[in-house]
Design a protein around this ligand. Structure first.
Ligand code: MG
Length: 284
């Protein structure tokens, strides 16, 4: 933890998902690899990485709007094993189950933190994902604490593009300088937030090869350390920090349309806003 970092007064906090809410700073690709090895898959990391991207790109081409968390993970693993010519149903299931259980364990640990933060801040997720992040948030019990879930496949823009950050900021009704971004990726999360003028905190994996994006960046190694930094935040220490409930409700409505998910968001492939598969830019 960067003990010298002082967050300017903020009213909202936006989080990345993969590697941030489901693990302590370790992205999906790096989390998956040791699980494959422990299940006897002999690939080197570069080999695995190649198959991982094949899988990631293939899933990004699909519309996963209603697909749940475990099935998403299972699809990811199935496609990786098939790409590497090592598919077996029992092997795929064992890898997916281990990854999924580890993810849920971390998310459940983080839920009380989100519940506490939700009292004083508007919260949201900005994730490079597959279009089903709102469903996953619902399934994982995160949704009650969130005012917006910006999934790149639904918004039509991918981090670090400023447009996806602007989309989320509009939904929480806060300016960039009033909004803290927390994520595990320097290139997607930290540099994206920095370019928007948002305060940012890096959830840094213990063996990360990345360097901080700037001196103004906070650093933590567990999400639960966030409160220690925020306790110095003058706005966050009292109830006026959070905007009024009425407008909050309106934003919730906009962020989670009742009838059709993504109704007022940019459509996928058929649109001129379609974003092609962007290797390495999702939660990897
Ligand atoms: Mg991430």
């Amino acid at each position: 933890m960067n003990h010298f970092y002082k967050i300017p007064p903020v009213r909202s906090i936006l989080f990345d998902f993969g590697g941030t809410l489901d693990s302590d700073g370790i992205a999906w690709k790096e989390r998956f690899f040791p699980i494959y090895r422990s299940q006897g898959v002999p690939w080197s990391f570069p080999e695995f990485e190649r198959y991982f991207y094949v899988s990631d790109d293939a899933i990004a081409e699909k519309k996963l709007k209603r697909v749940g968390y475990f099935k998403t993970v299972q699809m990811q693993v199935d496609l990786v094993l098939k790409a590497g010519g090592s598919y077996r149903k029992s092997l795929a299931h064992a890898i997916a189950e281990k990854f999924y259980k580890d993810s849920l364990k971390t998310i459940r640990r983080n839920i009380p933190l989100l519940r506490r933060l939700n009292r004083n801040y508007r919260l949201g997720i900005v994730s490079n994902f597959y279009g089903n992040m709102p469903v996953i948030c619902q399934e994982a019990g995160l949704r009650p604490f969130l005012d917006v879930v910006a999934d790149s496949a639904l918004v039509g823009q991918i981090k670090p593009d400023p447009k996806i950050f602007r989309f989320a900021l509009e939904k929480v009704g806060c300016d960039p300088e009033q909004t803290l971004f927390v994520g595990d990726s320097v290139s997607r999360d930290m540099q994206g937030a920095k370019s928007m003028g948002m305060p940012h905190v890096w959830l840094q994996a213990p063996d990360s090869k990345w360097k901080p994006c700037c001196e103004k960046e906070g650093r933590i190694q567990m999400l639960t350390e966030l409160e220690m930094i925020l306790s110095k935040n003058s706005l966050g220490s009292h109830s006026e920090a959070k905007p009024k409930p009425l407008s909050l409700q309106l934003h919730k409505e906009a962020a989670f349309p009742r009838r059709k998910l993504g109704q007022n968001l940019l459509p996928l492939k058929s649109s001129r806003f379609f974003v092609p598969a962007s290797r390495g830019l999702r939660m990897t």
